[in-house]
Design a protein around this ligand. Structure first.
Ligand SMILES: Cc1cc2nc3c(=O)[nH]c(=O)nc-3n(C[C@H](O)[C@H](O)[C@H](O)COP(=O)(O)OP(=O)(O)OC[C@H]3O[C@@H](n4cnc5c(N)ncnc54)[C@H](O)[C@@H]3O)c2cc1C
Length: 306
């Protein structure tokens, strides 16, 4: 197999060249989506740029990428991690019969093997794996910084292979009342400690006094459907990083913690002193939410005059 690293992304993903540079002695080429300064890519040692200026969907992109990888016999393909690539790249990997590793934070080529370090379990662990042969790596561009190694980059316009397998039939706005929990500075999050849907009003009253958004654990949105999915926080929900996170009646399983670990101050209210969340908070209150929350809300209303 010929050697070579293909970096894929817009000019804003240039950080990925830093990861590509760890494959010493290998040519680095770039599949550039959209417009971008090719000279800037050359400054970091990218010797060939394939430029794709036509906007295409994930399916056509995976076909186009597969063709290019086969044509150039690239052994390492590096792409950003985002919603578009999370759809497109697995399809390309399947067509290329190559493994795909996501959330890559480091690589170390050793002889014919490649050691890859991945963020895993919602960033709570790092896993090191070894692979041989062609591999596709998805990595966060901002994590890497390419060093200068100026070359003259050649540029080749890339014709996409368009496949019409999926057609957008209609697009609807989200229902009113939806929240952007990711942007919230203050969050009151509810879990299965609430016995009935009506009881959530205790949390909404507290949130109103604080000027907070209401978030929830997965069962509240996914199983019970007491709140819409845009409130759902965690590994499979939204990632949040508020100044204050108040978790009420949430046990604190790793999948929930994965979505809120970057909160600045965490307060946990739970009637079980052994709830795992108490090991991951700044302030822990062992109380029954039904007696504690109304009192807390009243006191805060008095203090904040709301
Ligand atoms: C692949 C996968 C992805 C997942 N993704 C997510 C995710 O994104 N987000 C997420 O949240 N979960 C996720 N989960 C589910 C996760 O593992 C837990 O099951 C879930 O977080 C539990 O929700 P909970 O804490 O609300 O409920 P429980 O675990 O049932 O906890 C309820 C808590 O309420 C307390 N309580 C009960 N009564 C009271 C009371 N009167 N006063 C005070 N406290 C009380 C209990 O002591 C308990 O600690 C995922 C699971 C899997 C397998």
């Amino acid at each position: 197999m010929a050697m070579g690293v293909l970096v894929v992304g817009s000019i804003g993903d240039i950080g990925l060249v830093g990861l590509a540079q760890r494959f010493r002695g290998q040519d680095v080429h770039y599949l550039l989506t959209g417009q971008g300064d090719v000279v800037q890519l050359g400054r970091y040692g990218v010797s060939r740029v394939y430029q794709l200026t036509t906007g295409i969907d994930e399916y056509s992109f995976s076909e186009t990428l597969t063709d290019l990888v086969n044509r150039g016999s690239y052994s390492i393909i590096i792409t950003p991690v985002n919603r578009f690539y999370r759809t497109a790249v697995p399809m390309a990997a399947q067509r290329l019969s190559a493994p795909l590793l996501t959330d890559v934070i480091d690589v170390k080529p050793i002889d014919n093997e490649l050691e890859v370090v991945l963020n895993s379990f919602g960033n709570r662990a790092q896993v090191t794996v070894k692979v041989t042969g062609r591999v596709l790596l998805m990595a966060p561009p901002a994590r890497f910084k390419p060093s200068e190694n100026p070359v003259n980059a050649s540029i080749e316009p890339l014709q996409p292979r368009v496949v019409n397998v999926v057609k957008v039939v209609s697009t609807e706005g989200k229902a009113k009342g939806g929240v952007r929990i990711e942007d919230a500075e203050l969050i009151v999050a509810v879990g299965r400690g609430f016995r009935r849907r009506e009881d959530l009003k205790l949390a909404f009253e507290l949130a109103e006094v604080l000027g907070a958004e209401v978030g929830c654990s997965r069962p509240i949105a996914a199983d019970l459907k007491w709140l819409s999915e845009d409130h759902w926080i965690g590994l499979s929900g939204r990632r949040v990083r508020p100044r204050l996170y108040i978790a009420i009646g949430i046990s604190g399983q790793p999948q929930h913690l994965a979505g809120m670990m970057e909160s600045r101050t965490v307060v946990v209210i739970n009637n079980d002193p052994n709830a795992p969340f108490f090991r991951n908070c700044d302030y822990g209150v062992v109380e029954d939410l039904y007696s504690f929350i109304p009192v807390l809300t009243r006191r805060l209303r008095d203090i904040l005059k709301r």
